[in-house]
Write a protein that binds this ligand. Structure first.
Ligand code: HEC
Ligand code: HEC
Length: 255
């Protein structure tokens, strides 16, 4: 008795199919009831080959990548394809209404996949800008190098939130010049801007603008690199998700 109730519960869940998010349904403009019915039909007749969210069991059966599905408008491509004898294992083909429902469900999923970036975009701004500001001026240590009214003024206008977030978590090496001091066991040390370094060699440019290539062997010479972006790279490991969201929300207010 308990067993069959459990089995029933499992079947009920799997028969529903994976529904697109409410935002994706709204964005796609499809009728919600049709999408829900389509999800049930898809779970029953298509998911065994195309997966519960139509992402396929193989790249060939990923319907979100299918050119035919992507080119479809209100069933003008998928409809004829199904009518011509797909799915291949049919005892029963979908009737036109069910086919239209399945197509509505596919469109809502496709919208969700195509706009995944946009929902991340909204999620990024769920942080608390006031907390972000406190962190910026306090423990985050950002104010030691940046100013909200100076170099970062207007970043919230200049960049979309996803770009803004990746910029501060992993900034581009634009104006961030690495400097290096090389100290051999005997003889004078040299300093300059670091142009290149690998296992065997480093190239620096000294104060006169001359390039010098220096061979590296074991601990000879001693090399000290100062990277102004190091604080950013170190941050990544230290921050919590909430701190990241708060900071991005704060930076987005710098308009
Ligand atoms: C027995 C496995 C199987 C079932 C069940 C199945 N399909 Fe497919 N489907 C495939 C395979 C394999 C392909 C890709 C190769 C091909 O075109 O034959 C495909 C291709 C498609 C394509 C075209 C993709 C393209 O880009 O050409 C659509 C649309 C599609 N299926 C929709 C459905 C729908 C909707 C259902 C349920 C009503 C369904 N399929 C059920 C195996 C299946
Ligand atoms: C030790 C100095 C230093 C600290 C501390 C620091 N940064 Fe930076 N940051 C830099 C440098 C250098 C760059 C690269 C400058 C450039 O690209 O022009 C940069 C780049 C950025 C950028 C990209 C700016 C742009 O216009 O491309 C943002 C945003 C940023 N930092 C935010 C932060 C935040 C937020 C913190 C604190 C959590 C922080 N930084 C801590 C030095 C620092």
């Amino acid at each position: 008795m308990v067993k069959s109730a459990l089995l029933f519960a499992i079947l009920a869940v799997s028969a529903r199919g994976q529904q697109p998010s409410p935002a994706a349904i709204a964005g796609s403009g499809e009728d919600e009831a049709a999408v829900v019915r389509g999800g049930e039909a898809f779970a029953a007749q298509c998911a065994s080959c195309h997966g519960s969210a139509a992402r396929g069991l193989t790249p060939q059966t990923d319907l979100m990548r299918s050119a035919l599905v992507r080119a479809d408008t209100r069933g003008d491509r998928i409809g004829p394809f199904l009518r011509a004898g797909h799915p291949p294992t049919k005892p029963a083909t979908l009737n036109e209404t069910r086919a239209a429902d399945v197509i509505a469900w596919l469109h809502a999923h496709l919208y969700g996949v195509a706009h995944a970036g946009a929902s991340e975009f909204l999620n990024l701004l769920t942080g608390d800008p006031q907390k972000g500001r406190e962190f910026f001026e306090g423990k985050g240590g950002c104010a030691a190098c940046h100013s909200a009214t100076g170099d970062l003024a207007g970043v919230g206008e200049k960049y979309d939130p996803p770009v803004l977030q990746s910029l501060w978590l992993n900034p581009r090496r634009r104006r961030a010049v690495r400097t290096v001091t090389v100290t051999p066991q005997s003889g004078p040390s040299r300093s300059g801007t670091l142009e290149r370094i690998d296992e065997y060699n480093l190239v620096l440019r000294d104060g006169d603008g001359a390039y010098r290539s220096i061979a590296l062997e074991d601990d000879e010479p001693r090399v000290e690199i100062h990277d102004p972006l190091q604080p950013h790279f170190d941050l990544y490991r230290r921050l919590t998700d909430a701190q990241i969201h708060d900071m991005t929300a704060y930076l987005a207010t710098l308009k």
